[in-house]
Design a protein around this ligand. Structure first.
Ligand code: GDD
Length: 409
């Protein structure tokens, strides 16, 4: 049997995702119309002999309860949310729930970060992992040398694929091959995590005995039950014939900012062409609006037949789109109203917001720049004919004058 664990983090981790993480935990923010965590979960469906999926995090339980029960029904597979009382780190969180995870006596455990967007080639990772015969195999990808330092950089043996060297977010360039945050382990991973905490405790005790200065530094070290997968496990075990790599040539992105979520929504919409074509809107469907490229429209949304939508648009539940509206490269969240002839380009429009007639909400679409996309928080009102360009607007604001390159607090 195999189980899958998805690390969903907690509220303190989502600060870069503001203002979109104010009322929805980041893992439930919709990309291509589905909660972020839905994409790795549906990829898990392709794993042979999968017994359970666990989400581990320190968000409030109630925030995940509804989602977890509906996705369990949909997949006919138990999905459980396991809540940590405090953050234990990416490996410590896994270890904290080891008894529950081992209930089905799995031979293999997949571990996925929730904030990565990729094709999750899990069955082929499993095959590769079995062939390598190590304790763990991680998904890796080549990125540009300039961007590599935002990730774990690594060196792998080109023939055996063994992980030879690993450094988390190094200051000087190591390699353009990086860690994708998707792993498969044998249950031996729990012993490796336990060794880290035992050693840490041992070192702390030793220092405490030696001198006052050492005592001070010991108190500054991490608590024994806080274990990071990258620094504490991957780095020390590299080059010991325990860890291997599996390189993907498909798409891969990290989802740390709203700008990147727009990019990832686009990537998942494109993937729907192969995995879930029924989720993509078609121009001649019952909605009748003109559809260009990849577009998702929730069945409860009402789109006027004279609107033109796409490419790369996703429209959530109960949205109303008026006559003559033009939408390009955007995410429109639940209960938004977009009135006649409004235009939205490269933007995210927050829940319950309202865009007036002939208004424009737009940006250049540079996903990596701070104001490269326009974001309207929850319940923002843009009045008729007002233009909002490259700006971030916090929840509940009413805009009656046009703004550009501004953060409206
Ligand atoms: N449950 C739980 N508890 N989850 C956690 C905790 C914790 O205490 N700490 C982090 N996570 C989750 C995050 O939500 C995320 O899904 C994942 O673990 C990794 O988060 P970080 O440890 O903050 O690392 P990162 O995202 O900056 O970088 C990691 O992922 C990159 C790929 O996206 C590293 O492993 C990089 O090397 C890697 O390139």
């Amino acid at each position: 049997k195999v189980v899958a664990v998805i690390m969903v983090g907690g509220p303190t981790k989502g600060t870069r995702f503001r203002p979109l993480s104010f009322n929805t935990p980041k893992p439930l923010f919709p990309l291509a119309g589905q909660p972020m965590v839905h994409h790795p979960i549906s990829a898990c469906k392709r794993i042979p002999n999968l017994a359970q999926i666990y989400l581990i995090g320190f968000h409030e339980e109630r925030e995940f309860a509804l989602y977890v029960s509906s996705i369990s029904n949909e997949l006919k597979l138990p999905v459980r949310y396991l809540k940590e009382d405090k953050p234990h780190g990416s490996a410590g969180g896994l270890y904290y729930f080891r008894d529950i995870i081992m209930e089905d006596s799995p031979s293999h455990i997949f571990l996925l970060n929730c904030d990565v967007c990729c094709s999750f080639p899990l069955p082929s990772m499993l095959d590769a992992h079995i062939k390598y015969g190590g304790m763990g195999t991680m998904l890796v990808i080549k990125v540009s040398a300039e961007s590599a330092n935002q990730f774990g950089e690594l060196v792998a043996d080109p023939d055996t694929h063994e992980l030879l060297h690993y450094t988390e977010k190094p200051e000087t360039f190591v390699s353009d091959l990086i860690n994708c945050g998707v792993y498969i382990f044998t249950p031996d991973i729990f012993n490796a995590i336990e060794d880290v905490s035992t050693n840490r405790e041992g070192r702390a005790n030793l220092r405490r005995l030696s001198s006052f200065e050492a005592l001070q530094s010991a108190t500054r070290t991490l608590p024994k039950d806080f274990v990071r997968l990258d620094q504490d496990i991957l780095s020390p075990l590299a080059g010991k014939k325990k860890l291997y790599t599996y390189e993907t040539n498909d798409f891969w992105e990290q989802i740390k900012t709203p700008g990147l979520s727009l990019k990832c929504s686009e990537l998942y919409l494109a993937q729907f062409r192969y995995t879930s074509p029924h989720l993509l809107a078609s121009g001649d469907g019952k909605k009748n609006a003109k559809i260009v490229g990849d577009v998702y429209i929730h069945p409860s949304a009402k789109v006027h037949p004279s609107a033109k939508i796409g490419p790369n648009v996703s429209i959530s539940a109960n949205v109303r789109v008026g006559a003559g509206v033009r939408l390009i490269g955007c995410i429109i969240l639940d209960d938004v109203e977009i009135k006649e002839n409004a235009v939205v380009i490269n933007s995210i429009v927050g829940w319950k917001s309202s865009l007036g007639r002939w208004s424009r909400v737009q940006a250049d679409g540079d996903y990596n720049a701070k104001l490269g996309i326009t974001i309207l928080g929850e319940a923002v009102t843009v009045e008729d004919e007002v233009v909002v360009i490259n700006s971030i607007v916090l929840p509940h604001k009413i805009l009656n004058v046009s703004v550009q390159d501004e953060i409206i607090l």
